[in-house]
Design a protein around this ligand. Sequence first.
Ligand code: ADP
Length: 400
Amino acid sequence: MIVALVVVAAVVGLVLVGAVAWREHRHFVDAEESRRRDDEMHRRHEDEVAESETRLRLSLDAITQGVVMADDAGNVLYRNSFARQFTEARHGEALVEAAVVELLAEAARGRAVEREVELFGPPRRCMLVSAMPLALEGRDYGSVALIDDITEPQRLDAMRRDFVANISHELRTPMGALSLLAETLAGERDTEVASRLAMRVQAEAIRLSDIMDDLLELSRIESDESSERAPVIVQHVIGDALSRLKPIADEKQVPIETALPAFDLIVQADRRQLTSAVFNLLDNAVKYSDAHRPVRVSAELSGDCVELEVRDQGYGIPLRHQRRVFERFYQVDRSRERTDGGVGLGLAIVSHVATNHGGEVRVDSTEGDGSTFTLVLPVSDDDLTEQEESQDFQPIGAQA
Ligand code: ADP
């Protein structure tokens, strides 16, 4: 009996020990499992944080503005790639970096500050460095500095100011002349003198109207509004421009020669704009040449482009002016141009037309020998419209 009891007690004991061991084991396994899950979640969380950080870094590197972050003592913690260019040792860059460090320190003291830094280049650039404290719900997160390249906005602003000043100047001169002429005319009794004065009034009025036409044309072409592109035959455009130019060239006794291929040169273009560009090139060639010095207009296929060339044997353009003649209102010799009637908008029109059509305009000139302007436009593979195809072209002037 006692033996039986001992055996039962032993068995019960064993079972209890086994159960406890099993429970321990389960606990261990469960704890292991939960730790593994925690680890996994932690790793995933870390991966997500690293991924967002990379995404943030790449995004900050993609922007064209410098971003520099600092802790609340003003120590730099991060620079995006735009800002990193200023940590190089070159003098100009070092000026920006110095401004960044200084302004971050001020921002760390709770003040938003900014400063313009001029880099003398070349190229000359201007940077706006601004810094501000970073704070949220009463807690400080250091400060951030931003670097903006304001060269282009500043240039545009200066251009806008120049433009208004130039227009006012260009308009004031003929307006002043008109007013003076009208005053003199009012008191003039001699009919012959009065008629001469009236002719001068007319000339000044024409000049005013030409300036207004050029301004309107330039603004239309600059905004490229209501521009309609279609395949256009370059020879037709040259023909249109030559018909407009003929009376001017005849009066000045400047012969015009053409050298154009027998096959159609086709470009995708706004015909009105293109005609205006070609006319301006031809008009200049005639305007800045003496009588009997021929002007030659030619066009040819060169690779994927059509090259339209206007060559004259006129006064030429000094090298130092050649880069600037495409600017609005730029004139090489204001006194000469005034008598020739220009205002400095023609080549700005040509340059805009070239850009609007995915092309370019080049100048090659020697003072005293003449100039060659080349308008390069991408050739078009599109079919011609019926209207374009049916138009006749009669080149004016001698075929070279
Ligand atoms: P403008 O109305 O004065 O002719 P443009 O913009 O057409 O203005 O030309 C700018 C300047 O470039 C002119 O004032 C002139 O000095 C110079 N220029 C342009 N084309 C020629 C040329 N074919 N020969 C000599 N000078 C030229």
